[in-house]
Design a protein around this ligand. Structure first.
Ligand code: HEC
Length: 106
């Protein structure tokens, strides 16, 4: 019984940790960038969001720029394009999300 419980606890713990970044992406980013990162959402098309599966799009920003975009948002011509997540996500979550974005491949 004890063995079963600890195996289950281990499995749940692992799932939660691995699921966090996916959950954060789905909850905070997917409505614009799309679940697949292609930006083919209603908002994404309107804002002409980059296709993260395109290596050229990946090359167009550095990790530092990505941190800044997620923390402070993106404003263009005085218009808010991407909202800021600095008060919602901590540094580790932001780092994990950037790693997530970098893993999006064609
Ligand atoms: C309200 C829509 C919206 C949401 C929500 C959103 N983004 Fe963005 N994001 C944009 C737009 C618009 C751009 C700028 C256009 C582009 O570069 O594709 C952008 C650009 C980026 C960039 C590139 C930064 C750069 O300098 O080019 C990254 C990385 C990024 N977003 C990650 C995220 C992550 C991670 C989340 C979730 C925490 C998120 N975005 C949520 C709209 C959004």
């Amino acid at each position: 019984m004890i063995v079963v419980a600890s195996v289950l606890a281990g499995a749940v713990g692992w799932t939660a940790a691995a699921g966090d970044v996916q959950q954060n992406w789905d909850k905070n980013c997917a409505m614009c960038h799309g679940k697949d990162g292609k930006g083919q959402t209603t908002i994404g098309r309107k804002l002409q969001i980059k296709d993260f599966t395109d290596p050229k799009a990946q090359a167009s920003f550095t990790d530092d720029q990505a941190v800044k975009a997620i923390k402070e948002g993106i404003t263009q011509d005085g218009q808010l394009k991407m909202k800021a997540f600095g008060d919602k996500l901590n540094d580790d979550e932001i780092k994990a999300l950037i790693a997530y974005v970098r893993r999006i491949k064609p």
